[in-house]
Design a protein around this ligand. Structure first.
Ligand SMILES: [Zn+2]
Ligand SMILES: [Zn+2]
Length: 404
């Protein structure tokens, strides 16, 4: 095992024993590694973004309506207003309308019904004008309220001064201003109320109110759906991510296996690097699953039990051992299946090349004229000389030991 790890490392840092890798080549390959790794993570991120998230399935407004039941007869027009005016109030170039058809399709059925009806309402011109007018009226009232409070504060100060001293000119003017503000506030409040009445009389709005009226049974169903979605999301996410990562891994695996088979040292070097690079995000995701998702999802009770005994360390020991076991298996698998030394030697033997340095040998050569490696060894059974790379003796056919 140790020998195989060393061989694997040698494959990452050298072309062959006789051809040490130029430093510049190694730097080039490492830059390539970093570049590919970066692209992999960006690609993974964008690929994952295509998945319907929790917030897309149950947008904040829908959560507030169907789960928290925050929308009441008193505040529902105020809560609906930003949604109806969302498209109008937006000033950003990169803006996603809450009524995007593609987005609505991803939602929970109840949220879908709400957003579809809200979309119809937002496109209703007269209703839109009512909401816009309400928005402006409320803004103005808030402004007037601030001015009123300021005028009233200064009036109160003057009143105290007037009590203490003799009357000063101008005190009445302040009181009149405050009075005017108070009247304006009343007028704006009345206007808001009348607008809300008109909005409430709209048949589409009444339909929307029936959609958002959820009793506890309906709420229970929505909560169950939402929890189920959250439960399965991490696994769905992992499968979706593997869908992106595994083909790339497969291609690099195939390429490195092929370059070893074809005995192409430079391609073997690059392909081995890329194979390692493609393995990293996969490993990372699987580790995430093991450490983060499995405990919280499937063994909740076991983990609560371990936690109550302060034995969570056991689980982390287990994760460490599991990671080592998986790592060993991976290296073993790669060494045995992909970079089988005997396969490489046989390939060279077939080409009439040196089993060690892969340079073409002169006919009948017993040792390599380039690296001095003996190409023949005594058979363990018949003691005749036979090629060291062969699987069987060329004289008696006895199985030869695998090369170290
Ligand atoms: Zn040689
Ligand atoms: Zn033999």
């Amino acid at each position: 095992m140790k020998k195989q790890l060393t061989a694997f490392k040698a494959r990452l840092t050298s072309i062959s024993k006789e051809e040490p890798l130029n430093k510049l080549s190694l730097v080039t390959i490492i830059i390539l590694d970093i570049f590919i790794l970066n692209i992999l993570f960006i690609g993974l991120h964008e690929h994952t973004d295509q998945l319907t998230t929790e917030n897309e399935y149950m947008p904040a407004a829908a959560r507030s309506i169907f789960i928290k039941q925050d929308w009441t007869a008193a505040n529902r027009i105020s809560k609906l207003q930003p949604l109806i005016l969302a498209d109008r109030n937006n000033y950003r170039y990169r803006y996603e309308s809450p009524f995007d058809t593609r987005q609505i399709k991803l939602m929970h059925p109840d949220a879908q019904r709400f957003f579809e009806q809200a979309k119809v309402l937002s496109q209703d011109k007269p209703l839109h004008r009512l909401f816009l007018s309400r928005q402006k009226t409320i803004k103005e009232r808030e402004k007037t309220e601030r001015a009123f409070n300021k005028a009233k504060a200064s009036y109160d100060t003057q009143l105290l001064e007037n009590i203490a001293n003799v009357s000063k000119p101008g005190s009445n003017a302040t009181s009149t201003t405050a009075q005017q503000y108070a009247e304006k506030i009343d007028r704006l409040t009345g206007k808001t109320r009348s607008l809300e009445q008109q909005i409430g009389n709209h048949s589409g709005i009444q339909k929307l109110w029936t959609i958002i009226a959820v009793d506890d049974t309906a709420r229970g169903i929505v909560v169950a759906d939402y929890k189920r979605f959250q439960f399965w999301f991490p696994l769905k996410e992992l499968l979706w991510q593997l869908l992106f990562l595994l083909p790339i891994f497969g291609v690099f695996y195939w390429w490195s296996a092929r370059s070893v088979k074809k005995d192409n040292p430079i391609q073997t070097l690059v392909a081995t690097h890329l194979l390692v690079i493609a393995t990293l995000p996969i490993l990372l995701k699987v580790i995430e699953l093991v450490i983060d998702i499995i405990p919280k999802h499937f063994f909740k009770n076991l983990f609560n039990f371990l936690q109550s005994l302060h034995l969570m360390a056991l689980w982390h020991y287990f994760v460490i051992f599991l990671a080592i076991a998986i790592g060993l298996f991976l290296v073993y698998f790669i060494q045995k299946k992909v970079f089988n030394k005997q396969k490489v030697m046989q390939k060279r033997l077939m080409k009439g090349a040196c089993t060690r340095c892969s340079k073409t040998l002169p006919a009948q050569a017993v040792a390599c004229p380039f690296c001095g490696t003996k190409q023949l060894a005594a058979c363990g059974t018949c003691h005749e000389q036979t090629p060291i790379g062969g699987a069987y003796c060329i004289h008696c056919g006895a199985t030869r030991p695998a090369p170290e």
